[in-house]
Design a protein around this ligand. Structure first.
Ligand SMILES: C[S@@+](CC[C@H](N)C(=O)[O-])C[C@H]1O[C@@H](n2cnc3c(N)ncnc32)[C@H](O)[C@@H]1O
Length: 568
């Protein structure tokens, strides 16, 4: 029998049509236009499968309970030997059927997995975003433990449960992001309404539930910013061994408050730094990913977590690219140092690593494995200066350093400077700079004014709140003009915007150069937000504007048109 669960009939129908009308696609592809409603992104985003990418599913038989619209099933079908999915609603199962139409290694069932008698046993049971609903669907005295026990009974003796769920004490919720399921402010931190309710757990509570259900061996991982849109996955060992690296990996973008306008009230990166330095990184992680087995040192655990067993401690992803990448951080068994390796996830040939179009040519450079950088990230120091209004301006200092190092002539840098953005830099104790991640090269000289603009663009868009107040001027355009004056460069504002739009259309999944140009222009010209502008609550007007924008996103073409005409 079907269960009652829906994101809304209209949006679920839209997702079905998007999938049905797409030619067969992979878990790395994005088939929807951005911006879009959160439900569309949740079910179809290529960032979702990053949750499971660090694990080896080759040759394994996997059961996924509560598979939704197949965001993870898609990746599992690509990787494992056989996949069985169980989904409670017919409408969602129909999306999975369309999505997996090119695969022959899967089968599925519609209905409550509690009522389903599965005779087979599996190597892996996957439970992502499902445990929190147990109290609503299961009538036993301990519904959460019962659900975990049900999962355990589906496993072979040596099998492994993969569990993904939010942390009710996740840092983002303390900072003001709304609990992901309930409307009351701080619902998780306030320990949820009385039974029956939807419920997530702290790390210790989750560990206790798993033990109660018979799982004696557990490995905890930390997906960031959460288990839904996964930019990186960190192991417990990394948290203990290299907290500074944890900070660098987890604070590249601000956490999102899904489906509400709430947002962190203070710089998340600074709060994360305090929590990490206090040794509380694992307790405050926004989500958990747990591998759990009823047997210590089970074979399947060794197989799944092969890369972790070989010393890999963290994995970070760029999924918004035509050439998506994975960066892994591994411990050197000889001296315990940490090494970084970056590789393409797709099997692009050497020729495809040169991208050409819109009058530009860029090359993706394979870097050899190198030691992980342990100095303070420049972006963290910049946020600190902005929040405490120290008056120090590190950005112009950094740009002056880059100009000195990569100068080709009075107006140009060498093309290899393309990636020398402040987000890819660190600062030493003696205030000298260093570079982290130079992966792209422009195959022609790089205009210095464009390079200034590129650094300012990195302060905008989804990152504008992270970097609130880093620039003192009223807008990034005003900051651009001031920096051009400082470095005696003739401003080429329109031409630089066009160059940046061309580069982004070439490298990222957004192909529409014209729309990218308008979006960048808007980001450069909007009034810069400051920390002091933020109140503890949103005004009624702000709330109204947010709701109207969300509604408008259901009509992406109209939304883009209005954004072009009325930048806000
Ligand atoms: C938040 S969604 C997660 C979907 C999917 N695991 C993912 O990560 O995209 C929860 C899903 O679990 C399904 N579900 C919840 N309880 C269930 C049950 N007892 N039997 C079958 N499906 C269930 C719901 O229908 C829904 O699709």
């Amino acid at each position: 029998m079907e269960i009652q669960y829906s994101d809304g009939r209209r949006v679920e129908q839209r997702i079905y049509e998007l999938v049905r009308n797409s030619p067969p696609f992979s878990s790395r592809d994005q088939i929807y236009p951005s911006p879009c409603e959160w439900a569309v992104e949740y079910h179809l985003s290529p960032w979702r499968a990053n949750l499971l990418r660090p694990f080896d599913f080759g040759g394994l038989e996997v059961l996924e309970l509560g598979a939704g619209m197949g965001a993870l099933s898609h990746f599992l079908a690509e990787e494992c030997s056989h996949l069985t999915v169980v989904e409670g609603t017919r409408s969602r199962y129909a999306v999975i059927e369309e999505r997996l139409r090119q695969f022959r290694n899967w089968e599925g069932h519609v209905g409550s997995f509690f009522e389903l008698a599965l005779r087979k046993k599996y190597d892996v049971v996957c439970l992502a975003g499902v445990l929190e609903y147990a109290e609503l669907f299961i009538e036993t005295p301990t519904p959460f433990a019962s659900l975990l026990e049900k999962a355990r009974l589906c496993l072979k003796e040596e099998g492994v449960l993969i569990l993904a769920i939010e942390n009710k004490l996740g840092l983002k919720y303390w900072l003001g992001c709304q609990e992901d399921h309930l409307p009351q402010p701080y619902a998780g931190i306030c320990d949820y309404p009385p039974k029956p309710s939807l419920r997530t757990f702290s790390r210790n509570e989750l560990l206790e539930l798993l033990r109660e259900a018979g799982f004696t061996d557990t490995q905890f991982y930390y997906p960031f910013p959460d288990y839904k849109i996964v930019r990186c996955v960190l192991s417990s060992e990394l948290a203990r061994l290299a907290p500074d690296l944890c900070l660098g990996l987890t604070t590249g973008s601000e956490s999102r408050s899904y489906g509400s306008a709430a947002r962190p009230l203070i710089p998340e990166v600074l709060a994360q730094r305090s929590v990490t330095r206090a040794g509380l990184f694992e307790e405050f992680s926004n989500s958990f990913l747990v591998l759990a087995s009823a047997r210590p040192e089970a074979d399947v655990m060794g197989h799944l977590a092969r890369r972790a067993a070989q010393g890999e401690l963290a994995w970070s992803y760029s999924s918004n690219r035509k050439l998506p990448t994975e960066t892994s951080f591994a411990k050197d068994s000889r001296d315990g140092s940490l090494k970084v390796s970056k590789q393409l996830i797709s099997d692009a040939s050497a020729r495809e690593r040169n991208l050409m179009g819109h009058g530009l040519s860029v090359k993706w450079k394979q870097q050899p494995p190198h030691p992980a950088e342990r100095h303070t990230l420049l972006r963290v120091e910049m946020v600190k200066d902005a929040y405490f209004k120290t008056g120090r301006s590190l950005l112009p200092e950094f740009l002056g350093w880059v100009f000195g190092r990569f100068e080709a002539d009075a107006a140009h840098l060498r093309g290899e400077a393309l990636d020398t953005i402040f987000t890819n830099a660190f600062i030493r104790e003696d205030d000298s700079f260093g570079l982290l991640d130079e992966e792209w090269e422009l195959l022609s000289p790089l205009p210095k004014s464009w390079h200034l603009l590129r650094n300012l663009i990195a302060l905008s868009g989804p990152n504008r709140r992270v970097y609130a107040g880093v620039v003192e001027e009223v807008s990034l355009k005003a900051a651009y003009l001031k920096l051009c004056r400082k470095f005696s460069l003739p401003p080429q504002y329109e031409a630089d915007l066009r160059r940046e739009a061309a580069l982004q259309s070439l490298v990222t999944l957004t192909d529409d150069c014209e729309a990218t140009y308008f979006s960048l222009k808007r980001n450069m010209e909007v009034k810069i937000e400051r920390w002091s502008d933020r109140g503890p609550h949103l005004s009624l007007r702000e709330r109204g504007t947010f709701r109207a924008r969300e509604r408008l996103k259901r009509y992406p073409r109209l939304f883009r048109l209005i954004k072009k005409l009325r930048p806000t």
